[in-house]
Design a protein around this ligand. Sequence first.
Ligand SMILES: [Cu+2]
Length: 196
Amino acid sequence: MKKNIFIFALTAATLAACNSADNKSAGNQNETKSEQSGSSGDKVAKASEVKNTTVTKEIVSQYLLIKDGLANDNGQNASTAGKALVQAIGKVDATSFSIDKKKIWEDISADAKEMAEHIGDNPGKIAHQREHFVMLSKDIYDLVKAFGSEQVLYKVFDSMSDNGKGAFWLSESKEIKNPFMGKAMLNSGTIQEEIK
Ligand SMILES: [Cu+2]
């Protein structure tokens, strides 16, 4: 019965499930893409920027631990990593970013932080954690597309995940271990993209 909620668009589902008023999510992706393409005017700012992958390193590490926790049906581990991810996001100093990057960072990090908070706060509700992991994965994908990743990542898609709407996650390995399905359908998914 509760599953009906999942039929709505993810943002709506998230809002409904969490009753959070400040969730701004779906708009991020488009903005991010347009930001990426037009980027010639700020060479000076770019030169002084922190190395991109430094920004994402710890964030990606904690994201991957959430992914592992969920794939192992271990909501406690996912929660621990979710809390660590909130910390990692909080530690990023965006003051030296270019204007473009700063905007991307602010848009994505606010949403990712909220998703990570909910994952952290719900160790006993793995279905709920997985709902947030759908959006978190989109955020982290946008983040590594904009800032790069120290390690190679694979974007893995599964059409059955997220209650049949389809969802993707990021993995450091080509081995498929579905964090949305866990034991129930651990090997469901196909690699769509390699990100480096
Ligand atoms: Cu929630």
